[in-house]
Design a protein around this ligand. Structure first.
Ligand SMILES: CC(C)(COP(=O)(O)OP(=O)(O)OC[C@H]1O[C@@H](n2cnc3c(N)ncnc32)[C@H](O)[C@@H]1OP(=O)(O)O)[C@@H](O)C(=O)NCCC(=O)NCCS
Length: 182
């Protein structure tokens, strides 16, 4: 399957994925996480309370990407004791930091996190009209495993994506993604 590509800024210039670091979020990151949610989603947003709960929840990983001193993106993965498939619950990069490879780095870090928790795959849902995210997941090796009509608040369909993680495979795909983002 191929997806339409939208013109967007290139990663050239002084800021690039090279200066991006990914780390685990703490409560101090809540204002930045709330800002990124507000700037990235018009509906189905995570509330400040949900974000605070997720940061503290052992069965969730909330990771943030920093560009210099600033938090510019986040990814949230949810886990279940009874399942070996992590759910990529949210991924967002603030508008002015897009096109720099930040999402690729966050996705790689989320996959590493899932591997460290002995997960065999990662799954996620994405709006069928979200061309940028669909292209990102397609490029990162995610494949469509189903669809759910009328899934979002506004009635949009969700595409279900899934990627199988082998420990060595995940490490290699993270390295590839980082190299491609340079
Ligand atoms: C989708 C999103 C996370 C991408 O973040 P980003 O940091 O700009 O993405 P990257 O720079 O890492 O791009 C990696 C790849 O994603 C795809 N991509 C990203 N933005 C794209 C766009 N506007 N159009 C087409 N493809 C795009 C491309 O395949 C790109 O690879 P390339 O640079 O070699 O073309 C960001 O646009 C965003 O936060 N959107 C709003 C929230 C959202 O939709 N989250 C996903 C919900 S499931």
């Amino acid at each position: 399957m191929s997806f339409q590509t939208i013109r967007r800024p290139s990663a050239s210039g002084s800021q690039s994925a090279r200066s991006v670091t990914v780390r685990r979020a703490s409560r101090a990151d809540l204002p930045a996480l709330e800002r990124i949610e507000a700037e990235s989603f018009s509906g189905d947003r995570l509330s400040p309370r949900s974000l605070r709960t997720l940061i503290a929840r052992p069965s969730a990983s909330v990771l943030v990407a920093q560009l210099g001193a600033e938090v510019v993106g986040s990814v949230i993965v949810l886990y279940r004791r009874t399942a070996s498939v992590g759910r990529l619950y949210s991924l967002a990069v603030e508008p002015r930091a897009r096109g720099l490879g930040v999402a690729v780095k966050l996705l790689g870090a989320a996959e590493e996190d899932a591997v460290s928790r002995r997960q065999s795959a990662v799954r996620l849902e994405v709006r069928a009209d979200n061309a940028a995210a669909i292209a990102l997941y397609d490029r990162a090796g995610y494949r469509i495993s189903g669809r759910r009509t009328n899934y979002y608040q506004d009635g949009e369909t969700a595409l279900l994506f899934r990627k199988t993680l082998a420990p060595q495979k995940a490490a290699a795909s993270v390295a590839r993604a980082a190299a491609a983002a340079r």
